[in-house]
Design a protein around this ligand. Structure first.
Ligand code: HEM
Length: 232
């Protein structure tokens, strides 16, 4: 990739994306916090919601924990307990399991949204676009695992070095991954785009008391005891 574009996408864009992300998140919480929600569709049709929703949410949460620890743990720290090669095996193994769970989950959720007429009618184009954006990102992520497994361990270690250079404002961050494959690069650019649009989508529901959400008594976000013959 051309030096200018490589710098633009992998040195500057991460900072632009993070600035827009935090600006958007803070202003939405301060100004319009009551409009933050993910609009449950479970009252329209139950089937598919639980299995798809669970696979997607548990999968993606564990993928994010993997991204965060994998990209931001300095080698000096993880070398106390494992080599880079062992870390790579863990990333490939756990990423494959949780990434596949999240992917299968989102496919079920997309199928349910387009195949059930009353959910389709109740969906905005933005709902579908977001699901397709997440789907694209996950497919690119799964393909990235193949690159991680098939290339050198140095290639894998460079991803962590890049991420750590970004958060410590090193001007040569982009150069570290200049020679990396297109799949990784598209995955990163799409991921940064997701961060930029995040505050204006239903992804914002992640900030709404996620801890209380896990320990809530009922799954359905409407009145308890609600049922109808079509709601099966
Ligand atoms: C810009 C931020 C991001 C970076 C730098 C990044 C980086 C990576 C890398 C290097 C891999 C391959 C890991 C491996 O080989 O095991 C990967 C995999 C993956 N990514 Fe991302 N990613 C980002 C954002 C995202 C986002 C926003 C999503 C989901 C919406 C996502 C979903 C996935 C999935 C599902 C996988 C496959 C499973 C896994 O390895 O954990 N990524 N990502």
């Amino acid at each position: 990739m051309d030096h200018f574009f490589n710098n633009l996408f992998f040195t500057y864009l991460p900072h632009i994306a993070m600035t827009l992300f935090w600006f958007g998140v803070i202003t939405r919480i301060v100004k319009t916090s009551r409009s933050i929600q993910a609009e449950s569709s479970q009252f329209l049709k139950k089937s598919g919601q639980r299995i798809g929703g669970n696979l997607f949410h548990y999968g993606i949460i564990l993928v994010f924990i993997g991204h965060f620890t994998g990209l931001f743990t300095p080698p000096e720290l993880y070398h106390i307990v494992m080599t880079t090669e062992v870390k790579r095996i863990l990333a490939v193994g756990m990423g494959s399991v949780f990434g596949t769970a999240a992917l299968v989950g989102i496919i079920i959720l997309i199928y349910r949204r387009v195949s059930v007429a009353r959910i389709r009618k109740n969906s905005s184009p933005q709902d579908l676009l977001l699901l397709l954006l997440l789907l694209t990102e996950m497919v690119l992520g799964i393909f990235s695992i193949f690159t991680t497994a098939g290339s050198s361990v140095e290639n894998y270690a460079a991803l962590g070095e890049w991420a750590q250079k970004i958060v410590t404002f090193q001007p040569d961050a982009g150069e570290v991954i200049a020679g990396h494959g297109l799949t990784y690069k598209l995955h990163i650019i799409t991921g940064l785009f997701i961060f930029m649009v995040f505050p204006y989508t239903k992804l914002m529901h992640m900030w709404v008391a996620p801890i209380a959400y896990f320990f809530r008594s009922g799954w359905q976000l409407v009145r308890r005891g609600f049922s109808s013959s079509t709601n099966k």
